[in-house]
Every structure is written in C-alpha cells, then in structure tokens.
Design a protein around this ligand. Structure first.
Ligand SMILES: C[S@@+](CC[C@H](N)C(=O)[O-])C[C@H]1O[C@@H](n2cnc3c(N)ncnc32)[C@H](O)[C@@H]1O
Length: 300
C-alpha cells in the first residue's frame, strides 16, 4: 500500500469506547475508506466477529482489502453507496458505523478533482463508475439550482447567487479553472471561501445528504437488541440530520393527559452531546477538526 495513504482513523479511541466491539460480534462499516476503523473492529471482535463493509469508491475498497488481508475470512466487502443499503441483507447487527465524507486519498490524489490545491479534472465523484462529475453538474445546472447548492451545502449565503450566475451552464473543466473563477468573482475573499465552494459541489455531486437520509432511515432497523449505531459527520447539515433522527428514536411517547411514558423509546442515546476530537488529535490530524460523533443503542 502507498504509505502516503496511511492515516489515523478519526476519533478512534472514542469510537472504540462508545461502540465497544466485543468478541464475535457482527458489524457493518458503511464507509470503509482505508479500513482504519475496520481494522480495530476486526481486532476487537476476534476470534469470530464478522465485518460487512461498503464503500462507494472502488479504489479505496481495493486498498482497504490489502490492509485487512489478515482478516479475509471474517469480512465481506462491497462496492456500494450506502444510500442503496436496502438492496442488501444482513444478519442482525451489533454495530453499524459510518464515518462520512471524504477520505485522505480523495484530497491527496491529484486525479480526483476534490482539492483546490492541485490541478485536476473537476470530477469529485466517490464512485467514478456512475453519476455526473462536478464539471458536468456546473454545465447542466441553472443559476437557481447552483445557488441552492452553494447556499445549502456550502453555507455561502451572500455569495451563492453571484457565483451561481457566473458558473451556471459554463464549461469548467478543471479544479484550477474553478479556483480562478472564484478568485475573479470574490477577489481577496476568495481564499477563505474556496473550501466551502468545493465542499458544496462535492456534496451535490455525490448526493451525500440523500444517502445519509436513507442510512438514517434504514440503519436503525438493522440493529440487534443491544446493537449500537454510530455516525461521524463533518458538516453541520449532516450532524443536524443525525442529531434529529437519534433524538426522535430515543424519545418515548408520553400520555397527553398524565404525562407518563406510554411507549418506551426503542433506542437510548449514548452521546447526549456530540463527541468531538481533542485538541491533541486536531493538532495531529487537522482534517479531524470538524468531526462530530453520535451514538445510539437499541434497547427494545
Ligand atoms: C472518512 S472516509 C472513511 C475512513 C475510514 N473510517 C477509515 O478509518 O479508513 C469516508 C469513506 O466513505 C466513502 N463514502 C462516502 N460516502 C459514501 C456513501 N454514500 N456510500 C458508500 N461510501 C461512501 C468514501 O469513498 C470514503 O472512502
């Protein structure tokens, strides 16, 4: 494996403490990435624990497979977007884990077009076998659609419309071409806006919020009694979706008149506030800085 692609799994200690994998448990990691968390899961569920894992990116799956070769007889890897989780069948799960968004190679690999730091075709797809690239999205979107993307996914409120107007329907073939347009449009402010512009397009290209919605709808139903579901998110919209879903699954139904619990909640919250990386982790791995981790457990 290319050593520049090795990386520290985000919130590793906290994930292992809260999800607490035990011998022989069954797990599903829907964002395998380079297998960092998965390797720890497999170690902690020895000798007979079973890992199912998905990734939308076939290159990451291949690399993770190499990292996890020692556990080959205890894992099943699939090239699939977790937005299609209903297409698969699993035994009742003890752990379901998601570590959303990009992996390090997406940013480090100059061919993928996720980073404004290297010139590359403006692609941004996790799965390069399907869907449209960021370049095609810009070419085929009108001003309103792009404004929504920059506002909704990039939180670019005053700037979204102006940028959308400049870009809509145009041919922007490379990351540096997009970067130059953002610079021409916003002058000295461009540098601070660049991450949001790229993030917004990436989320739109990969339809990330719709996949997450599906995962949050189906994931909890796949858990065994006692099973834990944990999600690490890096974007406030994603965290809000996780927080609201987990809150509604862990809120009992109360009797309108007596105020007593009429139907107990089927899940309990293991993280009352989101868990965030320590200063020390952020210093070691600046990409972890916006991570938020939330966990529920199925009780009935
Ligand atoms: C942050 S990385 C995961 C890192 C992993 N936990 C590790 O320790 O190596 C996120 C991974 O999820 C994948 N991914 C993102 N969205 C996905 C989706 N909707 N379905 C499947 N995989 C997805 C990306 O391709 C990437 O490899």
């Amino acid at each position: 494996m290319n050593q520049s692609f090795t990386h520290a799994p985000v919130l590793e200690k906290e994930v292992m403490q809260l999800l607490a994998p035990m011998s022989d448990e069954t797990l599903l990691d829907v964002t395998l990435g380079l297998g960092g968390h998965a390797k720890r899961f497999l170690e902690m569920t020895a000798p007979n624990g079973k890992l199912f894992a998905l990734d939308a990116d076939s290159k990451n799956l291949e690399q993770a497979h190499e990292v996890l070769l020692d556990f080959d007889n205890r894992m099943e890897l699939r090239h699939l977007n977790f937005g299609q989780i209903t297409d698969l069948e699993f035994p009742p799960l003890d752990i379901l884990f998601a570590d959303l968004g990009l992996s390090s190679p997406h940013l480090d690999d100059p061919e993928r077009g996720f980073s404004f730091r290297t010139d590359a075709p403006l692609d941004m797809r996790f799965d390069r076998t399907s869907g449209i690239t960021a370049s095609q999205l810009i070419k085929t979107s009108d001003e309103d659609a792009l404004t929504k993307i920059f506002r909704g996914f990039g939180e670019l409120y005053p700037q979204a419309k102006r940028l959308a107007k400049t870009l809509a329907g145009s041919d922007v073939l490379t990351t540096f071409h997009l970067k130059a347009i953002v610079e021409q449009t916003f002058g000295f402010k461009a540098k601070s806006l660049m991450p949001q512009v790229f993030q917004a397009l990436r989320i739109a290209v990969n339809d990330e919020l719709r996949s997450l919605q599906e995962l949050l709808r189906v994931g909890p139903t796949l858990l065994a009694i006692g099973g834990r579901m944990g999600v690490i998110s890096f974007h406030s919209l994603e965290d809000r979706m996780v927080k609201h879903t987990f809150r509604s699954l862990t809120t009992p139904v109360k009797d309108d008149i007596t105020g007593k619990v009429a139907i107990a909640a089927p899940f309990e919250l293991l993280t009352h506030k989101s868990v965030m990386p320590s200063d020390e982790e952020i210093e070691r791995n600046p990409r972890a800085r916006s991570a938020k981790f939330r966990v529920i457990r199925k009780v009935s």
